[in-house]
Design a protein around this ligand. Sequence first.
Ligand SMILES: [Zn+2]
Length: 384
Amino acid sequence: MKRALFASLLVVLLWGFSEEAKGVTVKGIRNSSSEKYARVVIDLDGPVKFTQARLSNPDRLSFDLEDCILSKKIALPLLAKNSILKDINANQIDQKIVRVILNLREIENYKVFILKEPYRFVIDVFGKKEPRPLSDKEKQVKEFTEIKRVVIDPGHGGDDPGAIGPRRVYEKDVVLAIAKKLGEILKEKYNMEVIFTRDKDIFIPLEDRTAIANSKKADLFISIHANASRRRNARGIETYFLNWTTDEESNRVAARENAISYEKMKEIQKGDLQMILQDKARDYKNDESRDLAGGIQASLINNLKQDYKGIFDLGVKWALFYVLVGAEMPSVLIETSFISNREEEKRLSDNKYKEKIAEAIAGGINNYFESKKKIVKRITSDKI
Ligand SMILES: [Zn+2]
């Protein structure tokens, strides 16, 4: 009798464990938000199915994550200060479903997407738009008088060294140095406002970097990287914007920068990231990003060629970079040179070269703003 009880207890225990092992754990909930925008990231240890609803009285977004277990380590609710959100809460509503609730102040709409390796369930919430569109005169005044705000994003950092060169030069160090120089030049020479996603050797998740740019209502988002290839002789400079591609090399670069496998990279091409790119309801500034990438790439090649031999123009390219997904301003990712190439690694270790790169990127950014001013001026004067 005792043995039977023990056996059935064991079965219950094992059943309990295996049930638990089957579920996906909701490991954490993160929030970065402002008066016009919020990004909530839910960290998971596997894929989830979900249902979503927008409910009123009180106004809230509700997400039911299926076959999930809510970690008890998460401190809830998460309060959001000076935000379009009031707070974020989550509950295990039954054995299998975790319900996440975003209590809202005033919002326009929202978007959901999933990033992989590790799984992250991302909710972008957008505040109300300006009450009315700007008049031409107001556009002109804005374009000519407003100080431009640029978010500079040095890739990697902290535990993530990025690519490592044959002489053990780390991408995270090189790109931080370039980013700091770029920041100085934009501020001092071009009178722009600069915000860094990181200005020291720390790790910041990719999805948090775009969130910083959106929260700060930046005019541009510039992500700086160094390239790497298994082909040791690969060299050159290329500038990317966000778009879907079948190009193998571009996808390999994006897989590396997304810290996911090439196989996963091919998988996400078919997934909901593509849906985001095709979302016409939100303006993700694709044309402007391409123009910006073109301007920066041209400036890099023209300037560096004056002082260095063997500067290869690999051109403007596009791929699905996590760090650019959801950016509400023109955004690019620059692969400044190949750290995997001995000669380019040596150059990237040299301050003069890094300064030249920073100057050239700054020049490209300034040219971009100047060309936009010309367009606004032409359009407004055409109408007079
Ligand atoms: Zn990188």
